[in-house]
Design a protein around this ligand. Structure first.
Ligand code: HEM
Length: 121
């Protein structure tokens, strides 16, 4: 499938995304490299918003309702090292859900432009 929603389909549609996001949120909130940033985070809300965001980003029929990436992360002083740790955790969560690497790579490529917005340190 090379349609506009190929990545969305490869991620298992909204239910598949919601499922690996649950693991992703558990992983990032317990990863010593970045967990401190999430000490006061509302994990349920974060998982909900990430699901919407990734559904839309992957070509699915969703509309992200959260803050833009600049407002969501301003003042957090996020480094490239932290960004890369989070991206690695995302891959761990997707591996756990048997998402094919070709799909994972396409998703990661869609996130790449966010690095210069999220990283402010
Ligand atoms: C591609 C990379 C990233 C994406 C797509 C992303 C996405 C998001 C989204 C959708 C939200 C919710 C925004 C809202 O509240 O309306 C959020 C919040 C947040 N993000 Fe990120 N983020 C990324 C990188 C990072 C990194 C590297 C860190 C720190 C290590 C981080 C820390 C946080 C924190 C602490 C919150 C607030 C959570 C809360 O207060 O409940 N993010 N992010």
């Amino acid at each position: 499938d090379s349609g506009a929603d190929a990545v969305y389909q490869g991620l298992g549609q909204k239910a598949g995304i919601a499922s690996f996001m649950q693991d992703f949120v558990s992983i990032i909130t317990t990863d010593d490299r970045i967990s401190a940033a999430f000490a006061n985070a509302d994990k349920e809300r974060l998982g909900f918003l990430l699901t919407e965001q990734f559904c839309e980003l992957s070509g699915g029929p969703c509309k992200y309702s959260g803050k833009d990436m600049n407002s969501a992360h301003e003042g957090m002083n996020i480094s490239n090292t932290q960004f890369n740790a989070l991206a690695e955790d995302l891959q761990i969560a997707m591996d756990k859900h048997d998402i094919p690497s070709s799909i994972q790579n396409k998703l990661i490529a869609k996130l790449a432009p966010m690095q210069r917005v999220v990283v402010t340190k």
